[in-house]
Ligand binder design. Structure first.
Ligand code: GLP
Length: 240
């Protein structure tokens, strides 16, 4: 695991962008695993700016997102599909038919998403991290080899995400569909971004803790190519 500590969120977003730009320039038909949440927004802004100013193209890129709430329509303003459209897809030239965001609440829909992913090879999987160490929506206790599945969200995650639902936890969906840790581990490279003091414990457990299902992200210690980009606050509990 390579850990890069940046002074602030702008620097972190730029660093993550450099890695993404290198990949899409060297491999114009790359497969990108994408994430939602506030952490990757700065990276997405850099990608859009660079596309508009320098013409970096995504016309042959394919994308697969990590997760989606159960029970929200695609066009709901809080769906992860809407998030991706507003924060990235509408600002670059990726054909919408090349973008994939999981959707559904059944075992069959999970299997369908997993089998689509089995036909491709994800070149880079972008991740944020939850305060409890979740990646995608793989909450503590998730086995490390699980494929795409339906999860019951923890109280902690619903509280953390209530900020997007008028600060009302009752409006936050109770379930989600997510790539499993087993799915995520198949990506050739993993790029995890995190900022802020509220992520410091999760970053510590992921990087320096014993790999354990108590911290889903600690599974990444077993992946051969992981780059973690954090700001000073998120790195504040690391001993090295
Ligand atoms: C959600 C998403 C995760 C994301 C996490 C952190 O629960 N399912 O993929 O990493 O939130 O979000 P944020 O980046 O806003 O802190």
């Amino acid at each position: 695991m390579e850990v890069i500590v940046c002074d602030n969120y702008e620097e972190l977003s730029l660093k993550a962008f450099e890695i993404m730009k290198k990949l899409v320039t060297e491999k114009p038909d790359a497969v990108l695993g994408l994430a939602t949440g506030s952490s990757p927004v700065g990276l997405y802004e850099n990608m859009i700016k660079d596309h508009k100013e320098n013409g970096t193209t995504y016309k042959d890129i394919t994308t697969y997102n990590l997760d989606e709430y159960v029970g929200l329509d695609r066009d709901d303003e809080q769906s992860y599909y809407t998030f991706m459209y507003e924060n990235l897809f509408s600002g670059i030239d990726v054909p919408l038919e090349n973008t994939h965001v999981p959707y559904g609440s059944t075992e069959k829909e999970c299997l369908e998403y997993e089998s689509q992913l089995e036909k491709v090879s994800v070149d880079i999987q972008l991740l944020g991290i939850g305060q409890n160490g979740h990646i995608g929506f793989n909450e503590p206790g998730t086995p490390f080899d699980e494929p795409t599945h339906i999860v019951t969200l923890t109280e902690n995650t619903r509280e953390a995400n209530a900020r997007f639902f008028e600060d009302d936890i009752n409006k936050v969906p109770t379930h989600a569909i997510t790539m499993g840790i087993g799915t995520i581990m198949k990506a050739k490279k993993v790029l995890l971004v995190a900022n802020g003091e509220n992520k410091a414990d999760a970053i510590h457990d992921m990087v320096e803790g014993e790999p354990s299902v108590d911290c889903a992200a600690s599974a990444l210690q077993n992946h051969p190519d992981v780059v973690v980009i954090v700001d000073k606050a998120a790195a504040s509990k690391l001993s090295n």
